[in-house]
Design a protein around this ligand. Structure first.
Ligand SMILES: Nc1ncnc2c1ncn2[C@@H]1O[C@H](COP(=O)(O)OP(=O)(O)OP(=O)(O)O)[C@@H](O)[C@H]1O
Ligand SMILES: [Mg+2]
Length: 116
């Protein structure tokens, strides 16, 4: 797990935001299946905060990539398919957006820069 050296301040619902990070990191852990890396990166510019979670797993197929944020979509035997649907709704409730590119799988969260 590679975590950023820098820090950013973010005004958010702490409990909901930990659901976001837990789901994305857990998906990364499941994707690398015991061997590989998960990398978190942070960037800030004038208006937005960008958080990226990248893993070295095998990636998401073209066929599935448009469906992964849909509730109940899962390719896992014991998955609920609710992880990314929750992540997306929490990010959108914070005025942000989430997108994905794969492979390598990179989830990018862009949030308006609101600091208290
Ligand atoms: N980092 C990733 N690498 C590869 N595939 C992914 C990754 N993250 C999500 N996916 C794909 O998106 C699907 C939906 O993810 P989501 O987190 O919503 O549900 P889940 O992980 O299957 O189940 P749950 O989160 O409820 O345990 C996964 O089943 C998997 O196919
Ligand atoms: Mg999941």
């Amino acid at each position: 797990m590679i975590i950023p050296k820098n820090d950013v301040r973010l005004l958010c619902d702490k409990r909901q935001f930990s659901i976001v990070m837990n789901n994305l990191v857990l998906n990364g852990i499941q994707a690398i299946n015991g061997a590989g890396t998960i990398e978190v990166a942070l960037a800030v510019n004038k208006d937005v905060i960008v958080i990226q979670i990248k893993d070295s797993g095998k990636g998401i197929s073209k066929e599935n990539i448009d469906k992964i944020f849909e509730p109940l979509f899962t390719t896992k035997q014991h998955g609920t398919g609710l992880g990314l649907a929750s992540v997306k709704s929490i990010i959108e409730l914070h005025g942000g957006i989430i997108s994905v590119t794969s492979p390598p799988s990179i989830f990018t969260i862009t949030l308006p820069k609101i600091v208290d």
